[in-house]
Design a binder for this molecule. Structure first.
Ligand SMILES: Nc1ncnc2c1ncn2[C@@H]1O[C@H](COP(=O)(O)OP(=O)(O)OP(=O)(O)O)[C@@H](O)[C@H]1O
Ligand SMILES: [Mg+2]
Length: 318
């Protein structure tokens, strides 16, 4: 039996945005990730992907739901426990420049977590660990003395990865970690992440806009729409047999280099705008844009149902 590293049920994160308005960024999201595997999280801008990642890492306090990490409930933890958790759960950010402090050398940036958690007994030991980490991500030891602005985007992202690996984490949220990079560099960084996963047994939540990249890297894929999950399951299953009208719409916007596929698959155009997550109306969040929407969709929230083999879909009409 495969073991679950993370089990999330009914996760909620709301923001108070004034004048009695509540922005429901994440509104009842459930999924799990097996140890050593990758869950891809996709969906349009503003649907709540980053908020899911930050809430899992306890950067945000959840407003509801449960997060089990290695079987322990981490949805309510003390400051001290939260500090302990940051060792095991790390994040790699989209913008490798903004996320690195320009006044620190790369060595200091990578060593920061080691110092906070007092991992190394001596300065020499810390220095050696930093050099080891830089070498692991394909940089050289001498890079430790340089500043972030002296690096290319791809190299900066390697620094971000070295920093995330410093504390031997078990789980990493990669939030658009490669989106800002050139296509050729993206492939290098993705391959590096996949190698680390194999070698170190890491588990990833891989957040991305790029559906083809997610198909390549993720064992399972979750499709998010305005704070909720529309569909979720094994990546190949979700990509080759999408069921939710939103997933179909998203995927049909991705060009596929296969004329047979293009002939047999309908293109679905999604009309209208993504709705607002502020004080959302009851019912399916997608119903304003959905070709299948009925009266029921406007009134009753669809819940994720297993359509077979763990392929979960939240839709009344499929
Ligand atoms: N700290 C915050 N305070 C108030 N609203 C927030 C905050 N963080 C996020 N939001 C809102 O929550 C919603 C979800 O944002 P989030 O950043 O999680 O989306 P996303 O899916 O990561 O988008 P993108 O693909 O653009 O990165 C958005 O409407 C956003 O404006
Ligand atoms: Mg985001």
């Amino acid at each position: 039996m495969s073991e679950k590293l993370l089990e999330v049920t009914g996760l909620k994160k709301y923001f108070n945005v004034g004048r009695n308005q509540t922005l429901k960024a994440v509104d009842g999201v459930s999924f799990s990730i097996e140890k050593g595997k990758t869950l891809g999280l996709v969906g349009e801008s503003g649907c709540g992907k980053t908020t899911v990642g930050r809430t899992l890492l306890r950067i945000y306090e959840p407003d509801g739901g449960k997060i089990l990490f290695n079987g322990h409930d981490i949805s309510r933890v003390s400051k001290a426990q939260s500090k302990e958790l940051t060792k095991k759960m790390q994040m790699i950010f989209q913008d490798p420049y903004a996320s690195l402090n320009p006044f620190f050398t790369v060595g200091e940036i990578v060593a920061e977590g080691l110092e906070i958690h007092k991992i190394c007994k001596t300065k020499k030991e810390e220095r050696e660990r930093v050099e080891e980490l830089l070498t692991m991500v394909g940089l050289s030891k001498d890079h430790a003395n340089r500043f972030p602005h002296e690096f290319s985007g791809g190299q900066r992202q390697r620094v971000g990865i070295a920093r995330a690996l410093a504390l031997d984490p078990e789980f990493i949220v990669c939030d658009e970690a490669i989106s800002a990079l050139d296509v050729s560099i993206q492939a290098q960084v993705v391959n590096m992440l996949m190698n680390f996963q194999r070698e170190l047994g890491l588990t990833y939540l891989f957040i991305a806009h790029d559906l083809s990249m997610v198909r390549h890297i993720a064992d399972q894929t979750a499709v998010m729409y305005l704070g909720t999950l529309a569909e979720y399951g094994d990546t190949e299953e979700v990509y080759s047999h999408p069921i939710h009208p939103y997933t179909k719409g998203l995927l049909s916007a991705v060009p596929v280099a296969d004329p047979d596929y293009e002939k047999t698959h309908e293109r679905i155009h999604m009309d209208g705008e993504v709705g607002s997550p502020i004080n959302p109306k009851p019912g399916c969040r997608f119903c304003g844009r959905c070709p299948l929407a009925t009266e029921k969709c406007r009134e009753v929230d669809p819940i994720l149902r297993d359509m077979g083999g763990g392929h979960m879909v939240a839709c009344h009409n499929v």
